[in-house]
Design a binder for this molecule. Sequence first.
Ligand code: DX5
Ligand code: ZN
Length: 220
Amino acid sequence: MAAQRINPSILSADFVNLQSELAAIHTADLVHVDVMDNHFVPNLTMGPPVVERIQAVSPIPLDMHLMITDADRWAPGYAELGAFSVTFHAEATEDPVRLARRLREIGSRAGIALKPGTAAEPYLDMLHEFDQVLVMTVEPGFGGQKFMADMMPKLRQFAEVKRRTGLDLWLQVDGGVTIDTIGIAAEAGADTFVAGSAVYNGVPEDRIAELRAAAAAHIH
Ligand code: DX5
Ligand code: ZN
């Protein structure tokens, strides 16, 4: 995997042709899989049975993004079915450290996601417990929204701790990432970029290469 990762979100794929939509992004690093439960966010996507099939046919590892309440109960199941990375929301767990330890114990990477209104401060001292921090750059729930550049100070807070401590932590942005905005996020310290509509609204392989080049041009 490259130093900067491009993770297409299949939320913007054609759900009736998931296998070919997955094949179309084989040049990406991981496939971002958005699980929504109609409670944590006002949208509903898929659950374990579908994710299990995606895991079976995907040419690249799974980057799960769980937009669901009661992550403590449901997140471990995604690690158990073999997902490479499982990211839960800070707002949806009673104990982020306990849950992250459980995910790592099962064998997946553990990620913590923050909605736009959630501050970084409570989490800055526990970053060694995670493999990834996801700074949401839209309100979670839907693809195709506008990138919130005002999330960059929060991203920089995480990037600063990472730099100071030398932690092997991936900093992910998700929401509104396009050829025009990816550089802003890279500049602020992101190294893992989720893009849904920006990948699937064109020829995925070309879009992935363009996003990769744009991110690389801005990375420190
Ligand atoms: C939004 C999802 C995103 C979404 C991004 O809640 O978490 O992963 O697919 O879509 P774009 O890239 O179109 O903003
Ligand atoms: Zn997502």
